[in-house]
Design a protein around this ligand. Structure first.
Ligand SMILES: CC(C)(COP(=O)(O)OP(=O)(O)OC[C@H]1O[C@@H](n2cnc3c(N)ncnc32)[C@H](O)[C@@H]1OP(=O)(O)O)[C@@H](O)C(=O)NCCC(=O)NCCS
Length: 436
């Protein structure tokens, strides 16, 4: 009769062990009982980069990479992109359910009324160099917020946690927009309570001398959809950073600054920039087949293609492609789009890409949209961090409530020198002593 266990025979000792299997996993700690003798520490699993290790139970985001499925709280990303707003989606991620009308009104009111930052935050930002990278500014200023809200360190209090989540979702767009204004040498624009989340962000970014900035509704909606698509992606590098840093019970501003730092890396939040560079380098439609041949020979990668988890069309890429069409109708067609479309067309039919299950990912078209909205490349990771703030907070809040979690602390396989005696400096062979 089938039982939900795994029998492991240790061929070093001939002993067998029965380990429970639940939800398609075994618990790594169950391996510890497997020892060659009493002195043995016990068997561990070795999993660099967590390729096959679940670090948590989560009910926030579901991905089926083989089938190209992404859902927040069970709701398909396609439906959320079509019918929801970013703030409603943020509520879903943070609270686990879609809000009622009253709850959404309360949530919107709360977020709207926390968009302002202390004037000293502004002074702090003014201290950056004129050409400071906006993502470097965002990371630093988010970390600095912990000094403005010392009560945030009481992370065991659910009410304190909830209050900081509201503050962060509200203030990150303000800091993001101001980091852009700073690099442009423009005065910072204060948030306006009458505007919606995305309209307010666009106003803080682009308002000049006019009394009120009116964003084009199609562009505002396009950005709203991008925010929804980027709001969470389960245990990716930055979400894992948020949870790991948060597991030390530090305040969420410090943890979120760490998560944003993880996002800053080119392997995480920076691929859309690489796509734009690649399209510009290709330059002309007729160069596309030659470029594809070079990729197939291993002389570079088709950026914006392939994904560790999706082995099918990234569902976000499909939606983004549609959004791109709507944006270009307003802004005019970016000639690089034709190159992107041609690359996609050829790659989707080419055996090299088909056999390796390489499909467009979220970054293939997002950079083109950001560029059409008038954003410099340096702002791309910042644009990612704004909506991902909700995802990071959802992951952090879930971790804080999870009774199974402890401080995140992996094991290692030590491969360094065995114990040896200290060698005095003058006796170290082959090295010159340098007088300082
Ligand atoms: C995303 C990415 C890092 C995932 O990598 P991964 O899961 O570790 O996959 P691998 O690097 O093992 O690649 C598997 C195979 O596909 C090939 N491959 C993967 N992505 C490719 C790409 N974008 N262009 C050409 N070939 C690619 C690899 O060369 C490898 O081929 P091989 O089996 O002949 O050696 C990778 O697909 C990539 O570099 N993509 C481009 C960058 C990008 O768009 N990143 C944004 C992700 S959201």
């Amino acid at each position: 009769m089938a039982t939900n266990t795994l029998t492991i025979t240790d061929n070093r000792t001939g002993r067998s062990y029965e380990v429970p299997v639940a939800d398609g996993t075994i618990r790594a700690i169950d391996l510890r009982q497997i020892k060659v003798d009493d002195e043995d520490f016990g068997l561990m699993s070795y999993d660099p980069a967590f390729l096959n290790t679940a670090s948590t139970r989560s009910s926030i985001t579901y991905i089926d990479g083989d089938r190209g499925i992404l859902r927040y709280g069970g709701y398909p990303i396609e439906q959320l992109a079509e019918e929801s707003t970013y703030l409603e989606t943020a509520y879903l991620l943070v609270h686990g359910e879609l809000p009622t009308e009253a709850a959404l009104a309360g949530w919107t009111q709360e977020i709207t009324h926390h968009t302002l930052v202390h004037e000293n935050v502004k002074h702090l930002m003014e201290g950056f160099r004129y050409d400071a990278h906006p993502m470097g500014m965002l990371i630093s200023v988010v970390a600095a917020l912990s000094t403005f809200y010392p009560e945030a360190s009481t992370v065991d209090d659910p009410e304190v946690r909830a209050a900081q989540a509201v503050r962060l979702i509200a203030k990150v767009p303000t800091i993001a927009a101001w980091s852009y204004r700073h690099t442009r040498g423009l005065p910072y624009v204060y948030p306006e309570n009458e505007l919606g989340f995305t309209a307010n962000f666009l106003s803080m970014m682009f308002r000049m001398a006019e009394p009120r900035y009116e964003a084009h509704p199609a562009l505002e909606r396009a950005l709203e959809v991008l925010f929804i698509l980027h709001a969470d992606h389960e245990q990716n590098c930055s979400a894992n950073a948020m949870r790991a840093i948060g597991s030390s019970k530090v305040d969420p501003y410090s943890a979120l600054a760490g998560a944003a730092a993880a996002l800053y890396g080119p392997l995480h939040g920076g691929a859309n920039e690489a796509v734009l560079k690649m399209l510009a380098e290709i330059g002309h439609l007729q160069e596309v087949p030659g470029f594809i041949e070079r990729v197939k020979k291993g002389e570079g990668r088709l950026m914006g293609f392939g994904h560790r988890v999706y082995k099918n069309y990234d569902p976000r890429a499909k939606i983004i492609k549609q959004v791109a069409d709507e944006v270009f109708e307003v802004t005019g067609r970016n000639p690089l789009l034709d190159i992107a479309l041609e690359l996609e067309k050829i790659a989707l039919e080419d055996e090299y890409f088909v056999s390796r299950k390489l499909y467009p990912n979220v970054d293939f078209y997002s950079g083109l949209i950001y560029e059409a909205l008038g954003l410099p490349v340096a702002m791309f990771p910042v644009m990612f961090a704004i909506p991902r703030t909700a995802g990071w907070l959802a992951q952090w809040l879930e971790g804080a409530d999870d009774q199974e979690q402890k401080i995140a602390r992996p094991r290692q396989l030590y491969v360094g020198a065995k114990e040896r005696d200290f060698v005095p400096l003058e006796q170290r062979a082959g090295r010159e002593l340098v007088a300082v």
